[in-house]
Write a protein that binds this ligand. Structure first.
Ligand SMILES: NC(=O)c1ccc[n+]([C@@H]2O[C@H](COP(=O)([O-])OP(=O)(O)OC[C@H]3O[C@@H](n4cnc5c(N)ncnc54)[C@H](O)[C@@H]3O)[C@@H](O)[C@H]2O)c1
Length: 437
């Protein structure tokens, strides 16, 4: 990334395209609609509520981030998306049962106008879903062209000057990148011959990149995290980011683990389990989709604790993650963590965390922030993997051969320093010597 000389102004309407108009997407859309009518606060959104310190602590300069950065305003956002169910965003939000009817009633008309475009849906990548609202096409290359056409039509009919996309679709089955993902040419050939290594989310991503629409991935599947997508994003100068929104239990893990490590406390075990009853939980009940999630959730502690450097403290850590589909709970997930830790002379202790969270309530502000910051990145001339947005992800994308930074506090510092840097402000190191001269 080069420091921008100038950032293009956020003029005109910004299309926010969400493949997957389910619980997270509709909670985001309804929340933005309520916030712009001043009927609710966008709590959890750093871009809307956060401030950023500039200069010295004695300078008293801490503007709101949305006043410091040239972000699109909530009034400029125009929502669209794709889904294999034809429900409008209003109907889908009712089905998801995240927001109460009193909230949905206030934005019913606007929400009802957000209708999904037909989905690209090859069922082998999400085995638990079957929906009627799907595209047909002889090849995956045709599907890419149809999605590109959807994007152009959306921009034109809604009068948007540009768009960003955030994948809010279901978690796809796990598979690692293969030969078809190795280069742009290999991927394009794979699209033309319907290569089974190319999943639905990759088709949307490829279409977005070709239309120069920045693309962030909220689920753990590959989507834009493979060499061909990195290369295309660089070649066409489009920002990409992922993977898997950092909410609930993993958010807690990346808050607690860095603290224990900072104080050199040891860990022998960390057992995490969840009960969850929404459609996401149903999809994750399929072992192949759960595998994608498990890989994403398990990586976190390994990178934060660095057991290869701290063998006595973390070399024998037993880390286990479970997700149980339990319909009565709906979106109101409950997560338990049992943490076995040890201190001075090896004496054992335990921490129990019982987080009664709401998945989509925690994910919605992330979708909003990513949409605004990815659009900003594009206007600042950034392209390829946006590692500074790791703050929002469970499994952050990085340059090849670079380990991801999972510690929420390092991620937050990196995020804010990138904001300062792009605006030509001094970086903050927290050294603070100057106060004692
Ligand atoms: N809520 C959270 O805290 C959280 C955290 C991290 C990641 N995620 C991920 O975000 C995604 C969305 O979660 P959710 O709770 O909204 O799930 P959801 O099941 O309510 O919504 C997903 C939607 O995607 C649609 N879909 C699936 N495949 C599609 C395709 N190929 N094209 C278009 N639409 C498609 C489904 O029909 C569904 O409506 C999931 O992958 C989930 O794992 C959520």
């Amino acid at each position: 990334m080069k420091q921008p000389k100038e950032i293009t102004k956020a003029e005109g309407k910004l299309g926010v395209l969400l493949p997957g108009l389910g619980a997270v997407a509709t909670t985001t859309i309804a929340g933005v609609m309520l916030a712009r009518k001043n009927q609710a606060l966008p709590i959890g959104s750093l871009t809307q509520l956060g401030t950023i310190r500039l200069g010295k602590r004695t300078d008293n300069r801490s503007p709101l981030i949305r006043e410091f950065l040239p972000l699109a305003s909530l009034d400029q956002l125009e929502f669209g998306g794709w889904d294999l169910f034809p429900d409008t965003a209003y109907e889908s939000a009712q089905h998801a049962e995240v927001l109460e009817q009193r909230h949905l009633d206030q934005v019913r008309d606007e929400l009802s106008q957000v209708t999904p475009m037909k989905a690209v849906f090859y069922p082998e990548y999400v085995k638990r879903l079957h929906g009627p609202h799907v595209k047909t096409g002889a090849t995956k290359a045709d599907m890419v062209e149809q999605v590109r056409d959807d994007i152009r039509t959306f921009l034109k009919t809604k009068g948007c000057s540009r768009a960003v996309a955030v994948w809010c679709g279901s978690t796809e089955v796990y598979f690692p990148p293969g030969d078809v993902h190795a280069s742009i040419d290999a991927f394009e050939a794979g699209l033309a011959r319907n290569d089974p290594g190319i999943s639905n989310s990759q088709i949307y991503a490829w279409a977005c990149l070709k239309e120069r629409v920045p693309y962030a991935n909220g689920a753990p599947n590959l989507t834009v995290d493979f060499p061909a997508a990195w290369d295309l994003a660089k070649k066409l100068e489009v920002p990409i980011a992922g993977k898997d929104f950092k909410t609930g239990q993993t958010l807690m893990k990346t808050i607690i683990a860095p603290g224990l490590k900072a104080r050199m406390l040891g860990l022998s075990g960390w057992f995490s389990t969840n009960i969850l009853g929404n459609r996401d939980g149903e999809v994750l009940d399929d072992p192949d989709s759960f595998k994608s999630k498990e890989v994403s959730k398990l990586g976190v502690l390994e990178y934060i604790l660095q057991p290869h450097m701290y063998k006595e403290l973390y070399g024998k850590l037993y880390h286990k993650v479970r997700i149980e589909f339990y319909p009565p709970r709906g979106d109101a997930k409950e997560g338990w963590d049992n943490i076995d830790l040890f201190g001075w002379l090896g004496y054992p202790m335990q921490i129990k965390v019982n987080f009664l969270c709401r998945d989509s309530i925690l994910a919605a502000p992330i979708v909003l922030d990513l949409a605004l910051l990815m659009d900003l990145a594009s206007r600042a001339g950034f392209s390829g993997t946006q590692e500074w947005l790791s703050f929002y992800f469970k499994s952050p994308m990085t340059a090849p051969n670079l380990y991801p930074e999972h510690d929420l506090f390092i991620q937050s510092m990196k995020l804010k320093n990138t904001m300062r840097w792009m605006m030509g402000e001094d970086l903050i190191t927290h050294l603070g010597n100057e106060y004692y001269d």
